[in-house]
Design a binder for this molecule. Structure first.
Ligand code: LLP
Length: 442
C-alpha cells in the first residue's frame, strides 16, 4: 500500500471545511480568515512574509499528553524518545524537552541539537546504520542513554572505542523483524532486504557476543519498521517476533531489560482512518506486558506532523488549454514530500470567503524548474487570485528538516503560535547566506 498519493480524481478528497473541522487548532473566522489557535494566519503572513512554517505549540503539547496518557493507561512504564529528525527546530526541541521527552537521534548533529535543547543525555537513544567513529565518540563522551546497534561491524567499532575511552557503552540491538509495514516503499525499514537492523536470525548470537564484551552493557532490543503506518497489524507482527526473541535470550540466561519499539505511528493527511496511540499502546502491551521490560517509543510524525502549516502566497494563476495552475511562492525545496513520496497534503485558502466559494479542479505547483514541483494535481479549490494565501496542512513532520535551497531559494521563515500570540522563531534565510561559505579556487 502506498502513502495517500496525489489523486487524479478529486471526487473523494475531503472538502476544505472537512479538513479544517478535523483539525480543531484551525478555524475560520469570517473576517480574519483561517486562525491557528485563535491567531490569524494573515497577520503572520503580513509580518513574516511567505513562505513561512507556522507551528501550534498547543497542538504538540496536547498530542504529547495524549500519547503519554495512552501509554500510562495501558500500564506501560514507557519512555518517549522524540524522533528529532521529524522536526529539529529549536523551538520544537525546547518544547518537547520541557514536556519531559527524551530524544531519538540519528546523527552527531541531531545529538548535539538535542543536548543543546536541554534533553538529558541519559534520555537520548542513538539509531542509524552508519554512525561514524567521530559520532560514536561524541555519544560515548556524553554518556548517552542507549546506542541502538545496527550491525556486527558497528558493535565491534563501539566496543573498540569504548575500551579506548575507558567507558561503558549501553547498547540495544536493533533487530530487523522482516515485517512489511505496509507503507510507502521509501519509508519502510523492517523488511529483510532493507538496510536497517540486524537480521532476525543472527540477532540472538550477536546479543550473546555483545553481552560477553567488556565495555559493553546490553540493555535489550530495539526495532523500527517504518513510518506513516496506519494500521496496527504490522506493529503487532514485529512486536511478536521481538517478544519471542526476548524469551529466547532470557532462556540462555541473558539479561534483557529494555525494549525500544521505534516510531512509525501514522497521521490522517486526508480523512482516512488511522490507528491511535491507544491502539499502539495496546499492541505494545499485548506483546511485552508479561516480560517485565522497560519499553520505549520513538514517535516523530505523530507528535509534530499535524501541528504546522506551510503558509504560502499565490504568485499567479496560469490558465492553459488543459489546466488551471496555481503557482505558489512555496516549492518542493520547502516541502519535498509531495514530490518525493507523492504524499497528499491538504491545501486550504486562508480567506474564509475563498474557502466558501465554488471549487473546481486545480493543480497547485511551486516555481521550481521541474515538474515534480507539484503540491497537488486536480485538487478542487476555489478561484485564488495573485497574493491570496493558502495553508498547506500537516507540514510539521519531515517538512523544514527536508528543505533545500534548490534554485537558490533561501530557507523559509518559521513562526510559533502559543497562548494566543505568535513570534518568529527563525528568520527567513538571507540570500547572502547561500554563498557565504564558498570560496573561489586558489
Ligand atoms: N525511529 C527511527 C529509528 C526512525 O528511523 C524514524 C523515522 C523514527 C523513529 C520516527 O518515525 P515516525 O514516528 O516519524 O514515523 N521523510 C519521510 C519519513 C522518514 C522516516 C524516517 N525514520 C516522510 O516524509 O514521510
Amino acid at each position: 500500500m502506498a502513502l495517500p498519493s496525489v489523486r487524479i480524481d478529486p471526487a473523494d478528497d475531503p472538502s476544505i471545511q472537512e479538513l479544517v473541522a478535523l483539525r480543531p487548532w484551525l478555524k475560520y473566522d469570517a473576517l480574519d480568515g483561517l486562525l491557528m489557535d485563535g491567531v490569524p494566519l494573515n497577520g503572520i503572513a503580513d509580518g513574516a512574509g511567505t513562505p513561512t512554517w507556522v507551528t501550534s505549540a498547543a497542538t504538540i503539547r496536547a498530542r504529547y499528553d495524549a500519547l503519554a496518557g495512552a501509554l500510562n493507561e495501558a500500564g506501560l512504564n514507557a519512555g518517549i524518545h522524540y524522533a528529532v529528525k521529524a522536526n529539529d527546530a529549536r523551538a520544537t526541541l525546547d518544547l518537547v524537552a520541557r514536556l519531559g521527552a527524551g530524544a531519538d537521534v540519528v546523527s552527531g548533529g541531531e545529538l548535539r541539537k538535542a543536548l543543546h535543547a536541554g534533553i538529558p543525555a541519559a534520555k537520548i537513544v542513538y539509531s542509524g546504520v552508519g554512525k561514524s567513529e567521530a559520532e560514536l565518540r561524541l555519544a560515548l563522551e556524553h554518556d548517552i542513554g542507549q546506542i541502538n546497534v545496527e550491525s556486527a561491524e558497528e558493535l565491534a567499532m563501539i566496543a573498540g572505542l569504548a575500551a579506548s575511552l575507558g567507558r561503558t557503552a549501553r547498547i540495544a540491538l536493533r533487530v530487523n523483524p522482516d515485517v512489511d509495514a505496509e507503507t510507502n516503499d521509501k519509508i519502510s525499514t523492517g523488511r529483510a532486504t532493507d538496510k536497517f537492523g540486524i537480521a532476525y536470525d543472527e540477532a540472538a548470537a550477536l546479543y550473546r557476543h555483545a553481552a560477553s564484551l567488556p565495555h559493553i552493557q546490553t540493555l535489550g532490543l530495539a526495532t523500527h519498521i517504518g513510518s506513516q503506518i496506519t494500521t496496527l497489524a504490522p506493529f503487532r507482527a514485529a512486536f511478536a517476533r521481538l517478544s519471542d526473541l526476548i524469551v529466547v535470550l532470557r532462556g540462555e540466561g541473558l539479561r534483557v531489560s529494555t525494549m525500544d519499539c521505534g516510531g512509525g505511528l501514522g497521521i490522517p493527511y486526508r480523512n482516512e482512518p488511522v490507528s491511535s496511540p491507544t491502539g499502539l499502546a495496546a499492541a505494545i502491551k499485548g506483546a511485552f506486558h508479561n516480560l517485565d521490560v522497560r519499553v520505549a517509543v520513538e514517535p516523530g510524525r505523530w507528535l509534530v506532523g499535524p501541528a504546522s502549516v506551510l503558509l504560502a502566497s499565490v504568485v499567479l494563476v496560469k490558465q492553459t488549454p488543459h489546466m488551471r495552475f496555481i503557482v505558489l511562492d512555496a516549492a518542493m525545496n520547502d516541502l519535498v514530500r509531495p514530490a518525493m513520496y507523492e504524499a497528499w497534503h491538504g491545501i486550504v485558502p486562508v480567506s474564509a470567503a475563498a474557502a466558501m466559494a465554488p471549487a473546481s479542479p486545480t493543480t497547485i505547483v511551486g516555481p521550481v524548474c521541474e515538474s515534480s514541483d507539484t503540491f497537488a494535481r486536480n485538487r478542487d479549490l476555489p478561484p485564488l487570485a495573485p497574493n491570496a494565501r493558502v495553508a498547506i496542512l500537516d507540514a510539521g513532520a519531515y517538512g523544514r528538516v527536508m528543505s533545500s535551497t534548490y534554485n537558490a531559494r533561501p530557507l523559509a521563515a518559521e513562526a510559533w503560535v502559543d497562548g494566543g500570540r505568535w513570534s518568529i522563531t527563525r528568520e527567513r534565510q538571507p540570500i547572502e547566506a547561500l554563498w557565504a561559505g564558498e570560496r573561489l579556487p586558489a
